[in-house]
Design a protein around this ligand. Structure first.
Ligand code: G4P
Length: 289
């Protein structure tokens, strides 16, 4: 799904988010593990101020394992409870309950001191489009969970899903806008397929991806397209032509169809066929700030 954000959408999304956030104790923030910085909403720290916070590095199955660990550490050092997962897997939900309780420890302690018992933590899931919010809610809530029905003050007909004695989840995720100001961020999000890219066309996007792979994931690139070591030194434009030839991407008349090859490269990346790839690392994120 590709989403184009306009100022009007953003204002609406921000307003909805502010209303919903007032109702919850805990904000569960989903990031794309392949680009945690770029897929992070720039205003979430401000919006989620005074709330318990949990970060989920989702699509970790598509990201490099060493980078997943580095990002997990990075966010934990910043004080967030962090879990990495493939939200499609029910078995990856097991650590979430512990993480939720850990993220809400202060709130639970406060409740206990005030003599409040058995009041469930209320949580909502937020993230930019396509990051896996619905998938996460479905896997986490599962079929067994009944909705508790509308409650006064709940906007847009939202419902609370009772997940356990300790936790209720808003059934509709909060959709957040991504960072816009940085062109590189826009390009990475376009690579992931979470925003519509106006800056680059498909071929340019594939060149950028190939060039990145030439630098960081040489073996994976070589293997996928049966390249020689020397091919890795070529210009990405030339490399794309080579992929087009190898994959028999031809236009009528016999010329190379590089637009088709570009789509193949991008889809190979998005689906994980090019291997587990992370587009940005924590030390780079700090230098973006
Ligand atoms: P959203 O609500 O945040 O917009 O995202 P959604 O759950 O719809 O998930 C977007 C796509 O990402 C879905 O693919 C979903 O299966 C996939 N996805 C979600 N979590 C994970 C994960 O942890 N790992 C992997 N590999 N994929 C995940 P889709 O239905 O094929 O949609 P699309 O990609 O064709 O848009």
């Amino acid at each position: 799904m590709q989403v184009q954000w306009y100022p009007g959408h953003m204002t609406k999304a921000r307003r909805a988010m502010k209303e919903d956030i007032r109702l919850v104790d805990l904000v569960i923030e989903l990031l794309d593990a392949r680009a945690p910085y770029s897929s992070r909403n720039p205003d979430i720290d401000e919006l989620g101020r005074q709330k318990a916070r949990l970060i989920i590095l989702n699509k970790a199955d598509l990201a490099a394992e060493s980078a997943n660990r580095a990002w997990e550490q990075y966010f934990e050092q910043k004080g967030f409870v962090t879990v990495r997962m493939d939200a499609r897997r029910r078995s990856d939900m097991k650590p979430v309950q512990t993480a939720v309780l850990s993220a809400c420890r202060e709130k639970l302690e406060r409740d206990r001191k005030r003599g409040i018992k058995n009041r469930p933590v209320r949580a909502m899931v937020v993230g930019i489009p396509n990051v896996g919010k619905s998938t996460f809610i479905n896997s986490y809530a599962g079929k067994a969970c009944a909705k508790t029905g509308n409650k006064p003050g709940v906007t847009r007909g939202n419902q609370w899903i009772r997940l356990s004695r300790e936790l209720e989840l808003l059934d509709t995720p909060g959709i957040l806008w991504p960072r816009f100001e940085d062109q590189e961020v826009g390009i990475r999000l376009a690579m992931l397929g979470s925003v519509k890219d106006d800056i680059l066309n498909t071929e340019e996007l594939a060149w950028r991806l190939l060039s990145f792979m030439q630098e960081r994931y040489r073996e994976a690139l070589r293997e996928r397209y049966s390249l020689e070591e020397s091919d890795l030194e070529k210009q990405p434009e030339v490399l794309l032509e080579q992929v087009a030839a190898a994959r028999n991407c031809l236009v009528k008349g016999g010329g190379l169809d590089c637009a088709k090859a570009a789509k193949i490269v991008i889809e190979d990346f998005r689906s994980g066929r090019l291997g587990r790839i992370t587009l940005e690392l924590p030390d780079e994120a700090d230098s973006y700030e």
